[in-house]
Design a protein around this ligand. Structure first.
Ligand code: FAD
Length: 392
């Protein structure tokens, strides 16, 4: 097989890149290791920055998102049994965020792709990227029981944190930075209307909790739990009781309870791989960086990488100009490091530290009080949460 851009991974990054390239008249092939059903059901992110919504619109993939997405004007912080609204439009000059599940973005992109191309191969597992320094890098992959090759002008490594693309960087050409957090999230998807209009970030001595939603009838809730937690140790009643305790305030508020459809435990890690390009291999999304989900940045970063990559490849295709592609890594990493910093700040401010002492606890409260008392500090949080400017 031969194509201009070989895309490894059919998650949000790979699918969106394929769509943007297709619209620019650049041919590509997407290789996805899993089945369509698996990829469409994988529960993950749900909060979209304005730039992410714009990118999906630009790709012609925002029709259902515009109909069904829930526009949010801010978030709520809860601590010491008080609630504080952070008003994004007032603090950022009118910006908002949109709630629309990653599963739905993937379904929308897959439907478009299967309707009018470019090719998307499921159960096609990339085994290795070969000769990334050459003018014709090759992706070796397994499909329908046979080993095959895809020869490309460019390879986009959109294969997530556990993919193979990063392995093609020869020793000494890249460096990675990682940090593991001493707690995890138990996430549940519940068939019940959200208990409020906004995301609620609650910090208490029992640990962190997050109230989120996927639609007007489906809630997504998270609890901070110790690393190594088995979800089976958390029967539904225990989860609801713990959520109710962590969200409790002095005043009127009720947590809506309902059937839990799924539960899983996610570990928390920050990871950045530098640079994001080697020769004609370019990494995008989780293949190059992951953040703890507290700042809701993972999916948004994947989309902003892809936007730069699509623009760089389109400019090259139309004018022969490689300037944007040459700066790809540098442009993306500036935003990646800022999102990593923000996610790290939010994570450390809101989670109970397993080995923390009374001083650490007071510091966390002082940080939260600063945000709720100072317009300047609140604006800093709102600006980062709603999304820093896109690189291009
Ligand atoms: C459990 C969980 C919860 C999350 N919650 C949030 C959240 O609340 N908010 C937020 O912003 N972010 C969240 N994230 C992060 C967010 O979902 C990711 O940042 C986002 O999925 C990145 O998209 P991607 O396309 O780069 O990678 P992925 O979505 O990981 O897609 C990569 C794709 O590549 C495929 N693949 C892997 N290896 C190969 C191979 N060798 N050959 C072919 N295909 C391959 C995979 O099957 C997958 O489909 C969460 C992540 C996880 C894991």
């Amino acid at each position: 097989m031969r194509t201009t851009v070989g895309i490894i991974g059919g998650g949000p990054a790979g699918l969106l890149l394929a769509r943007l390239l297709h619209r620019a008249g650049i041919d590509c092939v997407v290789l996805e290791a899993r089945t369509r059903e698996y990829v469409e059901q994988r529960q993950r992110a749900g909060m979209l920055e304005q730039g992410t919504v714009d990118a999906l619109r630009e790709a012609g993939a925002a029709e259902r998102l515009e109909r069904e997405g829930l526009v949010h004007q801010g978030i709520e912080l809860r601590f010491e049994r008080e609630r504080h609204h952070i008003d994004f439009p007032a603090l950022t000059g009118g910006r908002t965020v949109t709630i629309y599940a990653q599963t739905e973005i993937v379904k929308d992109l897959v439907a478009l792709q299967l309707a009018d191309g470019p090719p998307l191969l499921y159960e096609a597992e990339a085994l290795a990227v070969e000769k990334p320094e050459s003018a014709t890098p090759v992706v070796r992959f397994r499909h329908e029981g046979r080993e095959r090759t895809l020869t490309c002008d460019w390879v986009a490594g959109c294969d997530g944190y556990h993919g193979v693309s990063r392995d093609a960087f020869p020793a000494g050409t890249a460096r990675s930075y990682a940090h593991d957090y001493p707690y995890s999230w138990l996430g549940v998807l519940a068939e019940v209307a959200p208990s409020g209009d906004e995301l609620i970030y609650a910090r208490g001595e029992r640990g962190f909790a997050l109230h989120s939603m996927r639609s007007p009838t489906v809630s997504r809730l998270y609890l901070q739990v110790p690393n190594g937690t088995d979800p089976d140790d958390w029967p539904d009643d225990r989860i609801w009781d713990e959520l109710a305790a962590r969200f409790a305030i002095d005043g009127d508020w009720t947590l809506h309870r309902g059937p839990i459809m799924s539960k899983s435990v996610t570990t928390m890690r920050s990871y950045v791989h530098e640079p994001m390009r080697h020769g004609r291999l370019l990494l995008a999304g989780d293949a190059a960086h992951i953040v703890p989900p507290t700042g809701a940045k993972g999916l948004n970063l994947a989309v902003s990488d892809v936007r730069v990559l699509a623009r760089g490849l389109t400019r090259l295709h139309r004018t022969g100009d490689t300037q944007l592609l040459d700066r790809y890594s540098e442009l993306c990493l500036q935003r990646v490091w800022q999102a990593t910093r923000f996610s790290d700040d939010m994570t450390k401010m809101l989670h109970a530290q397993p080995d923390g002492d009374a001083f650490d606890h007071r510091m966390q409260l002082a940080r939260l009080r600063r945000i709720t008392a100072s317009r300047h500090a609140a604006a800093e949080l709102a600006t980062n949460y709603a999304g820093l400017p896109l690189p291009v």
